[in-house]
Design a protein around this ligand. Structure first.
Ligand SMILES: [Cu+2]
Length: 221
């Protein structure tokens, strides 16, 4: 039996992540509202034939069923675009890291630390120790400072992968020949897991992502 919270999105650890969760809830509420309205109107029209006759040639009805859908679409579109530009903002972060997708592992390079170069493989399911997560643990996890703007540049060297961290509400396609940018800002220290989210071949399920957020002092020492 799962706790009730498992049915919802994971708790987010970024400011825009909270906005995304709110936007998701708002969209879902709008959908339920529309579905209820349309279904009940269909039901009423089927039951009472005179309703359709009473509104024939009604300008007010024409106006309303043009105005409300436009209003709903605007209320979905504006926050959606706003969130998209907020997440992909290309301002320079305090730190920059490069993430490279490979078949089937991730490698990380730190632009601000010339010699930082690391390969992150999954820990096989027969090698994990008690307390570790099956299929999610990696040998070298990426350590980042929390409460800091970190700019991640994501690319791939073979096929399309996707670098994803659900609790940071982050999902960026790693496309060969292209450098995609996204900012990370975690307001909490912690250990976050993710998985490649673009079907990339035989071992697609076995290239997990593990990011640990620590404070600056721990990060530098
Ligand atoms: Cu992949």
């Amino acid at each position: 039996m799962y706790p009730y919270s498992f049915m919802q999105l994971t708790d987010s650890n970024t400011f825009f992540g909270n906005e995304i969760v709110l936007f998701h809830d708002y969209s879902l509420a709008s959908l339920v509202l529309i579905l209820t309205a349309v279904m009940s109107m269909a039901y009423i029209m089927k039951k009472k034939k005179y309703v359709t006759l009473a509104y024939q040639g009604s300008n007010m009805l024409e106006f309303l069923w043009t105005f409300f859908p436009v209003f709903i679409l605007m209320s979905l579109g504006v926050p959606s675009l706003f969130l998209m530009y907020m997440m992909e903002g290309s301002f320079k972060g305090d730190l920059t890291f490069k993430v490279v997708g490979h078949q089937w592992y991730w490698s990380y390079e730190g632009g601000d630390f010339n010699d930082f170069n690391m390969i992150s493989y999954q820990v096989g399911q027969y090698k994990i120790t008690p307390g570790q997560f099956r299929l999610l643990e990696v040998d070298n996890s990426l350590v980042l400072p929390y409460s800091t703007n970190v700019r991640m540049m994501i690319t791939s060297v073979d096929v399309i992968h996707s670098w994803t961290l659900p609790s940071l509400k982050m999902k960026v396609d790693a496309v060969p020949g292209r450098l995609n940018t996204m900012n990370i800002f975690s307001f909490k220290p912690g250990s976050f897991y993710g998985q490649c989210s673009e079907i990339c071949g035989l071992y697609h399920s076995f290239m997990p992502i593990h990011v640990e957020f620590v404070n600056w002092e721990t990060f530098l020492n």
